[in-house]
Design a protein around this ligand. Structure first.
Ligand SMILES: Cc1cc2nc3c(=O)[nH]c(=O)nc-3n(C[C@H](O)[C@H](O)[C@H](O)COP(=O)(O)OP(=O)(O)OC[C@H]3O[C@@H](n4cnc5c(N)ncnc54)[C@H](O)[C@@H]3O)c2cc1C
Ligand code: FES
Length: 274
């Protein structure tokens, strides 16, 4: 089993084996790579479509669970729109896996708080499933997840399963609809409902930059050590391998030194708003 597909720059083929409509602008692509490889939560692939371009996408599946790889992709511009037009049987190009990924070693024997916003649940899904494989190594496991509206909530089946496995889940939406009886408001309005011990917990945060910034400040004010607040940064990327400089900021390449960083590192290297 390879740690990485052979060539850093040459995409390898993967076949789309299923496409699931998740919301009006998000699809889950199940793809079978021509060459199998190992990966860890928080790593990403450079996904390409001939004649359209290439984009970084987090791996939403968990290594070792199934052979196929799952990519949860939101349609925002030309390349993601072209990917959204793919059907089962089509081919895509993939390079990677790239990036440092999450490490949960330091979170062992502690409470874990996952905080996700929108499509940010995709890399967290990979991590949550990895953590649940070794649930006894951790204390409380909680998730606070915010979406724009109830119909934008992603991975509801997984969320139900996580709850059955003992994860305390707090869902919130920016805008309620008539059937929604749950929480409304941004995630920071609901983090206080979590039962984790904030001073000892490890937090993993993924979502839009504005949400990440608010969550970092909130957790820090509750006493969570800055080195225990871990997040993924989104930067504009081209090569994904530390060569082109597109994602360079203050001595760090987001593609190779990250995209996972702690709040402590973000402050130290002034990476905020890359
Ligand atoms: C490490 C990493 C992991 C990612 N994982 C996922 C994922 O799992 N699922 C997913 O749907 N998207 C993910 N993204 C974002 C995805 O790469 C972009 O949405 C995509 O590149 C947009 O390409 P486009 O040609 O469709 O649109 P573009 O025209 O390139 O972009 C549309 C809009 O999105 C903004 N944008 C594009 N890329 C980024 C970026 N990297 N950071 C901030 N703003 C951006 C642009 O400024 C523009 O406003 C990830 C990005 C990174 C860096
Ligand atoms: S994307 Fe090229 S250096 Fe990071």
């Amino acid at each position: 089993m390879k740690e990485r597909l052979t060539d850093l720059y040459l995409p390898s083929k993967a076949k789309v084996i299923d496409v699931v409509d998740m919301t009006s602008d998000v699809k889950l692509f199940k793809v079978m790579p021509e060459k199998t490889f190992k990966y860890k939560p928080g790593q990403f692939l450079m996904v390409s479509l001939w004649g359209e371009g290439e984009v970084p996408i987090s791996i939403a599946s968990t290594y070792g669970v199934r052979e196929e790889i799952e990519l949860c992709i939101k349609r925002v511009g030309p390349v993601t729109s072209a990917i959204h037009s793919l059907k089962s049987g089509d081919d895509i190009g993939i390079r990677g896996p790239f990036g440092n990924g999450f490490s949960v070693n330091r979170a062992k024997n502690r409470d874990i708080l996952f905080v996700g916003g929108g499509i940010g649940i995709a890399p967290l899904r990979s991590l949550i499933n990895e953590v649940l494989k070794n649930k006894k190594d951790f204390k409380k496991i909680e998730l606070v997840y915010g979406s724009r509206t109830p119909s934008d909530i992603l991975f509801m089946d997984d969320i139900n399963l996580w709850q059955k496995k003992g994860v305390n889940v707090i869902l919130t939406v920016d805008r309620k609809d008539r059937g929604w009886r749950g929480n409304a408001g941004i995630v920071t309005e609901h983090i206080g409902k979590s039962r984790v011990s904030f001073k000892n917990a490890h937090a993993f945060v993924c979502g839009p930059q504005v949400m990440i910034n608010a969550v970092m400040r909130d957790l820090s004010s509750r006493g969570t050590p800055e080195g225990n607040i871990i997040m993924t940064l989104e930067a504009h990327m081209k090569c994904g391998v530390g060569k082109c400089g597109h994602c360079y900021a203050d001595g760090k390449y987001i593609c190779t030194d990250g995209p996972v960083f702690s709040y402590k590192e973000i402050k130290q290297f002034n990476l905020n708003g890359v």
